[in-house]
Design a protein around this ligand. Structure first.
Ligand code: AMP
Ligand code: ZN
Length: 274
């Protein structure tokens, strides 16, 4: 019998149904993550799609053409054609357009929960095509964005350690600046723009359960956002994948959350053991 805390396979690789037990863990994680941010933080929730214009403006279709999920729908002519939306690949792309043309009086931070799609090539444990993430997004000056990301990453590592998840922090590359360009990728790695928190999500399966990204002024420039210093705004984001976090916990503490350490159950608001 499948444990009540598992993901359930479907005929589509990397696409799962989740059980009630799994969702209780996700729910607990979502609440705990929301509490990591300050109380007055604006919290948004995305739909699973985003305007195709935005994704093309940020160049996602060039950087990650293999991951982008496109939507085809019937048009007036009666024939299916590509629609004006695509499947959302990450939460923070919904945030920058909100500030297009804005001059920020103060540094701005908000949090967004997203349903994402990426056409992943593999479907090993923890690599889903449809998954959820919580992101914290900061629009600020260059200096503050970088220190914000690093402070929040260390706070996140501490929170994860409290849940029994020891993470390894590693510099990664994520082609914000063009997938095809090896030099730019190397530069991104050298400048440590993307840092991932790695943990085991299954036997021998290590994956990023969170990541911190500093985008320099790339999005500020694209969306004409001015920061509190009057210069082009810099941005940073911190992202956590719900399913990967839940899988990492199940791998670490066992398939039956009733048997997890009481403190962790309490931190995640899982109901009292009977
Ligand atoms: P990224 O934008 O690639 O840094 O992803 C942000 C976070 O989303 C990662 O740290 C993971 O926790 C999660 N994530 C990314 N890709 C996947 C995936 N294919 N399946 C499940 N979770 C993912
Ligand atoms: Zn992001």
């Amino acid at each position: 019998m499948r444990p009540d805390s598992a993901l359930v396979h479907t005929p589509a690789p990397g696409v799962y149904l989740s059980t009630r037990g799994f969702e209780s863990i996700v729910y607990g994680l979502a609440a705990a993550l929301a509490a990591l941010g300050s109380d007055d933080l604006q919290q948004l929730r995305t739909p699973p799609v985003i305007a195709r214009d935005i994704i093309e403006k940020v160049g996602y279709h060039r950087s990650f053409p293999h991951l982008l999920g496109r939507v085809y729908a019937k048009t007036d002519t009666g024939l299916p054609a590509e629609s004006d939306v695509v499947l959302l690949p990450a939460g923070c792309y919904c945030v920058y357009p909100l500030f297009a043309g804005v001059r920020l009086a103060v540094a701005t931070e908000l949090s967004i929960e997203a349903t994402c799609f990426r056409q992943e090539a593999g479907a090993e444990v923890g690599r889903l095509r449809s998954f959820r993430m919580r992101e914290f997004v900061r629009l600020d000056t260059a200096e503050h964005c970088l220190s914000w990301r690093d402070d929040r990453l260390s706070a996140a590592r501490e929170w994860l350690a409290g849940l029994g998840l020891e993470t390894e922090s590693t510099v990664a590359n994520d082609p914000f600046f063009g997938a095809g360009n090896r030099m730019m990728r190397a530069l991104q790695r050298e400048r440590e723009l993307k840092i991932e928190l790695l943990a085991e999500v299954g036997p021998g399966q290590v994956q990023a359960i969170g990541s911190g990204n500093y985008h320099t002024d790339q999005f500020g420039r694209l969306f004409a956002i001015a920061g509190p210093d009057g210069e082009v705004a810099h941005t940073a984001c911190l992202a956590f994948g719900y399913e990967r976090l839940a899988l990492a916990l199940l791998h670490r503490h066992g398939a039956d959350p009733h048997r997890w350490p009481e403190r962790i159950r309490k931190d995640l608001g899982l109901e009292a053991t009977h």
